[in-house]
Design a protein around this ligand. Sequence first.
Ligand code: ADP
Ligand code: MG
Length: 318
Amino acid sequence: MASEFELIAKYFTRPARRTLLGVGDDAALLRCAPGKELAVSADMLLCDRHFFADDPPESIGHKALAVNLSDMAAMGATPRWALLSLALPAPDETWLAGFAEGFFALAQAYGVSLIGGDTTRGPLAIAVTILGEVPRGAALRRSGARAGDDVWVSGTLGDAALVLAHRNHRIALRPGEVAQLSPRLHRPEPRVRLGQRLRGVASAAIDVSDGLGADLGHLVAASKVGAVIEWARLPLSPIAAAYADDPVAREAVLSGGDDYELCFTAAASQRARIRALGRRLELPLARIGTVTGEPGLLLVGRDGRVLALEPRGYDHFA
Ligand code: ADP
Ligand code: MG
């Protein structure tokens, strides 16, 4: 059986870019480019909570990095380096090879180097720390939204949560629909390029990992403002739209989570620029509402009725 060190050498040691010292010593050594700040974030994925043991290992590797890249996107940062800490029940090399394939394919696509981590025996858990660079003072924060700004969201909402609801027998999708939406749950595409291009355009940003209500709730709270969102403006995939009368689907859209889209605010004067950006990136950007001076989130329904949008996203301790 391969030792811990053989496994690290075989699966997790690759040439690293922009790195003074990578995997193999007691710590990695990095140098930030002049005029840049470091953006650092960590995310942990646990078996049966964030993924299932029988998910393809490639998709687990992809998602472990994607959720961290999404945090870089939300800061407007360029991801550069990652650390990977793994607890493995047993050194299953088929699983490790698949996991590494998914992880490194995404890392390569975004120019991210794996520079270290930790490998131990234990219940399957994956913790990734990501480091990125952002021009000094230019990072997007949650706290910059002003009353009167527009609220925007990228892509579509609720698709990943619909697949999960189907898996949990809370809604019945057709097989073709499951196949079409599954990548949204298993292989989310982090909006890194969008985040970078929103520097100097957006007043605040957050990535939608726990559901629109929860994450926009964090943004408005950090900005000491509120927002009014219109249901009719929320971007839904054709499949999600077809189920929109089902309360489970509505919940998926408003508070489902795992979307990994960006929600951001911007002055109305930026509308043309944001629309042009969406066309250039071939990523739909929807203007879904307005920032208000009153704290809290309101949702205008299709019938024009105004409801409180509960910030009820995924909360591990709820
Ligand atoms: P230490 O005992 O000093 O913490 P380790 O023996 O845990 O060092 O790790 C040896 C080297 O391998 C270190 O450079 C560490 O960052 C790296 N490493 C360990 N596990 C991983 C992993 N899963 N992915 C990438 N690098 C790893
Ligand atoms: Mg160690």
